[in-house]
Ligand binder design. Structure first.
Ligand code: BG6
Length: 254
């Protein structure tokens, strides 16, 4: 018959799209926890999702992380379109290649676009925080973040991210005690989607995120299943790009 059979991945995509508050789900084969090359496949599909939503002068915010870094490899120039890339948050103190600012520079290069950077360290004191926000250069970038209509972001397992950020023993204990499950945009949240802790840094807030037109979430590996399920209770996502192992774990955890 002319009716094409759905593949197993397409079934998974449909099932997740039914269960989650998201418009599109894309699933790639494999498990990023075990195979680094799966991140490239995630990057490729996420890049396509971005390319299909591009508009001229679009302001695109991006977070750091190895998964979002893989998206940069697959962005290509599109005639008549010059996007502006801005980090969603101040630096998160991880490896240089995986910092939001380095990823912005690379993405802008790939697309003949432009970038602005936020020169603010992570985890600054709250009193310093308000002073930094008065800096003209920071203000300018903050206003770009306000005007962003597309964001590409990763999600992490809470404890993994806290360790990557060199949190001290006390902070790690707090994260465990508060039962933080996931992390995104510098916010740690529990399985009910409640924010339990927040990295003091400048950049996009959760409130701002809820008004972004296109939120592209990209993550892989079954170890992130609880984090992603919790993310959907915490924040907004329009396009979810994940791997098969993560998708299956999310469905079996239900
Ligand atoms: C970080 C983002 O750099 O990457 C985090 O700021 C995110 O919000 C994390 O959780 C995910 O990292 P990875 O390497 O697992 O894609």
């Amino acid at each position: 018959s002319a009716v094409r059979e759905l593949t197993d991945l397409e079934h998974l995509e449909k099932e997740l799209a039914k269960q989650l508050p998201v418009k599109e789900v894309h699933i790639v084969r494999g498990n990023a926890d075990e195979d680094e090359s799966v991140k490239s496949d995630l990057g490729k599909i996420a890049a396509e999702a971005v390319m299909s939503r591009l508009k001229d002068q679009m302001i695109i915010t991006v977070t750091g992380g190895s998964t979002v870094a893989a998206v940069a490899d697959y962005l290509k120039p599109k005639s008549g379109v010059r996007p502006l890339f801005v980090p969603a948050r101040g630096g998160l103190g991880t490896m240089y290649e995986y910092q939001a600012s380095s990823i912005c520079v690379k993405m802008a290069g790939q697309m003949d676009g432009e970038y602005r950077l936020l020169y603010v360290p992570d985890a600054i004191d709250w009193d310093l925080h308000s002073k930094v926000l008065e800096e003209p250069s920071v203000k300018e970038v903050m206003s770009k973040i306000e005007q962003s209509s597309l964001t590409i972001h990763g999600v992490g397992d809470a404890l993994t991210m806290a360790k990557r950020r060199n949190s001290n023993a006390e902070e790690l204990k707090k994260i465990q005690h508060q039962q933080a499950i996931g992390e995104a945009f510098g916010y740690y949240f529990d399985e009910n989607g409640k924010t339990v802790q927040r990295v003091h840094s400048v950049g996009m807030s959760k409130e701002r995120l809820s008004n972004i037109e296109h939120v592209v979430t990209v993550a892989g590996g079954s170890s992130k299943s609880k984090a992603i399920s919790a993310y959907f209770k915490w924040g907004k996502s329009d396009v979810l790009v994940i791997d098969e192992a993560l998708a299956q774990k999310m469905l079996s955890d239900k």
